[in-house]
Design a protein around this ligand. Sequence first.
Ligand code: ASP
Length: 321
Amino acid sequence: MPELVLIDAGGTIASVPDDSGVLIGGSGAARLRDVLAAPLRDGVEERQAYAGLSEDMGFADAMQVARMMDAAASEGAAGVVVTHGTDTMEDVAFLTELFHGGAAPILFTGAQRPASLPGCDGPANLHDAVLVARDPSARGIGTAIVFGGRILPARSARKLDSSGPEAFGPHGAAIGRVDDHGVRLTAMPRRAPTFALADPEPRVEIAALGLGSSAALVDALVGDGVRGLVIEGFGRGNVPSQIVPAIERAKAAGVLVGIATHCVEGGTAPAYRSGARLAALGAVGAEDLSARKLRLLFAVALSGGRSAEEAERLVREWLAS
Ligand code: ASP
């Protein structure tokens, strides 16, 4: 039985630039275990889930990571570290969290700067993630992102910087730090009930709104047969009032509808007229979840052909827990 499993899922940390300097992702095994210093790498077994860039991943690739995480936890690994592209790390980490109820910490990490550049952050992030995975205080934290010296729970972590080494935030959501004095966990994250491993329903989309957005996108997605739809609105989950009838049409078509906010902190509440009208129509408020995470919660709740009503019940239960 390996002590720790290192799941290699591609991204910048495993990438090489092409002749023009463009990062094109890795191809074979990344051999990231070799990057770890000698005592830290003992007992670490590296397994490959995916080799490319994370913007190209789909549900099948994400489920490959989730299944490998599940296998490692069932084998009795004390912790799992997943190296992953940063672009969709928050999605795959959250998806994993939806399936993982055990005590073994699942830690996602990666890099903003490739190994070909001085000051590349991959080795430091990987070192930190392995330290957290080995730390007894991290048992029970669920799935987290360890990046730039911070430990952020999968539920709240978002990529907030596209190129700097502190890619993930919000910093106020951090549950701990890793530095030259080791791991300091300052809070235990809230953990919600888990779902049985199953392929998510792929027909769930996000409609992001801007100033004066029309109902065209919502109607087009409903016409296209989506089973779930997350609206990314403004502020507390508000939308331009002309969108509300389109949400009513979506509900009438049997679509599971949710309302999230573009804001990084504060969450949704039916505090203003449009948000209150959406709540009255049965749109599920994302609360603290980003639109991308509510979409994944919908996709998992709708898996296995579950009805929108049953999925909505599961989503509301999950959010209330
Ligand atoms: N585009 C890259 C990816 O998500 C970025 C990264 O890994 O940091 O795979």
